[in-house]
Write a protein that binds this ligand. Structure first.
Ligand SMILES: C[S@@+](CC[C@H](N)C(=O)[O-])C[C@H]1O[C@@H](n2cnc3c(N)ncnc32)[C@H](O)[C@@H]1O
Length: 270
């Protein structure tokens, strides 16, 4: 049932069309964006969601979009309590505070696809690693993972999640700016080169590809995520080829704005 139908008799009929059609569920936390016209109804909406959805313990209203380099949105609690949740994905568990770190619950299939390519003993670098949803399944496949993350709080959760999923022996986490850290790694010898990189690029920061390329071994793989319009893809493939990569695979993996999608490119460094 659509959320606005569930609120029959709770929100006045002339305002029900303003109720969002759905909420996102991350662990036991429901997240929605309530328009300002429903300011005086928002607590009732939160309580109603909790009473009609047994799996929801907290309802958050997203009051600002993802902001700053940590990509954390602003939230207010409408009903329930805690914002620390446990999200389960393909046999892995991730604990984190939804109000303080970035997490995208929609990339689960993509994370599983990429982790299935990792091999025991590989060295893998994961910049922008947030609380570990790429790093941890790859470490569980037996690879040795270096995770780079600028948000200290996300790093703490990543360390906790590595223990929770019993892969802490295979994950090193560095709280740093990935651009600067890749520059430092570039100064090192071949012992600091990687077999694989998984790059969930923040919006508009595609220049990270030029920082990753020098620290990749020949024939190394990059799973590169970028936000683009469909008409840009052909030119992008040419650009990657000119940079010395073979484009082995690409596909759309989610919408982010009208006409703009998240795309993944599996690249091989030639
Ligand atoms: C994975 S990216 C976001 C990617 C993309 N928007 C998405 O939806 O998949 C977000 C993570 O990158 C981290 N981050 C952003 N800029 C960073 C930087 N310069 N160095 C390291 N981590 C960074 C943020 O703290 C956050 O945890």
């Amino acid at each position: 049932m659509r959320l606005r139908d569930e609120l029959l008799g709770i929100v006045p009929d002339d305002k029900r069309d303003l109720v969002p059609s759905h909420f996102s569920l991350v662990g036991e936390v429901a997240i929605l964006s309530i328009p300002s016209e429903l300011e005086d109804q928002k607590k009732k909406i939160g309580e109603s969601i909790i009473s009609s959805h047994k799996n929801v313990k907290t309802v958050l209203n997203k009051v600002s979009k993802l902001e700053g380099e940590k990509r954390v949105a602003g939230f207010e609690v409408l009903a329930g309590g805690g914002t620390v949740i446990c999200h389960r994905e393909f046999g892995f568990a991730y604990r984190f505070d939804v109000a303080r770190v970035f997490f995208n619950p929609r990339l689960g299939h993509e994370r599983r696809r990429v982790a299935s390519k990792a091999r025991p003993g590989e060295r893998v670098i994961v910049p922008f690693s947030d609380v570990g949803p790429f790093a941890i399944p790859i470490a569980a496949a037996g690879a040795r993972v270096l995770a780079l993350e600028i948000n200290a709080e996300a790093c703490r959760w990543l360390a906790e999640n590595s223990k929770l999923n019993r892969v802490n022996g295979n994950v090193d986490t560095v709280n740093c700016d990935a651009f600067a850290f890749c520059g430092v790694l570039k100064q090192n010898g071949p012992e600091m080169k990687f077999d694989r990189a998984v790059v969930p690029t923040p919006y508009g920061r595609d220049e990270i590809l030029d920082s990753i390329s020098p620290i990749l071994k020949p024939n190394g793989a990059i799973h590169f995520y970028t936000f683009k319009k469909r008409h840009q893809i052909e030119g992008l493939i040419k650009e990657y080829e000119e940079k010395g990569f073979e484009v082995e695979f690409h596909r759309r993996c989610g919408n982010v704005a009208p006409g703009v999608s998240r795309w993944v490119f599996d690249l091989e460094k030639l």
